[in-house]
Unconditional design. Sequence first.
Length: 302
Amino acid sequence: MTLVRPAWLALAVAAAFYLASLAVLVREPGFSLAEPLFLLAVLGIAFPLLAWALTATPRRPTPAPADAPAQVPGVLLYLAAFAVLVLGWGFSALKATFPDEPLHSALELVVKLVTMVVLPLWLFGHWHRRRAGPLGAGRLLMVFVAMSLAYLALQAVFGRGLQTIGELAPSASTLAWAIPACWLWMSLEAGLAEEVLFRRILQKKLAVATGSHVAAIALASLLFGLAHAPGLWMRGGHLMEGVAQASPTWAVAYSVVMVAPAGIAFGVLWARTRSLWLVVPLHGMVDLIPQLAPFIRAWTPA
């Protein structure tokens, strides 16, 4: 992946959005630069470099795909409508109408699969004969294990998931079925849904339009963060972050600074491997520790 003009432009746009968003958050009472800078260093730099190193190959880098129309305006319009109507309003309405678990989780999964997998692939997928990725199955498994261990270590040391699990105090027999079940569930709900929409569709189309994987990774990661803004603002996500009153500006800034860096490593892995078999289960592993306690609560009879 050679840095060319579209790559530099995309990186400049992403950096400008990040710095402007950081300036907005700094004005919030009690906001500390420590957490966003830590996330940027780890998720935005260290983990992408690890992903790059693990997928290094002696073969020549594959060019940005050019076997389908870019369709970027249509994809961006769909993404904007999805972010507002589904992530913002739709899930709030679903929670209000079907609050009981596990029905709510099951219906949310169906909505995500329809709006983030089925419809985008139908509208923009352009099924064609799939070209083999540069890495074989054994190498992909090695990358999956290494990246999984890195993410699990990060969650275990710096996340709140283990504390939440400890407070729930599930039995060993519960953990025996809940851990693999939660991983499979998150691989579908978060992994398949988000990786198809943001990597298989959005990043691929951006790579076609710009001719640069670097530009596509930068822009797709930025849009990945921005897509979460309506949900933070409209669904009360700000309350979990200790913000009493959230504005659209805060939601956009928070999404760019705190969410967008998480998409960079996955963008690198997709560009280097073109394998949903890697990024989907890895995404499920990333969400395993944070979501295990809520998953047990949802699927354990009261």
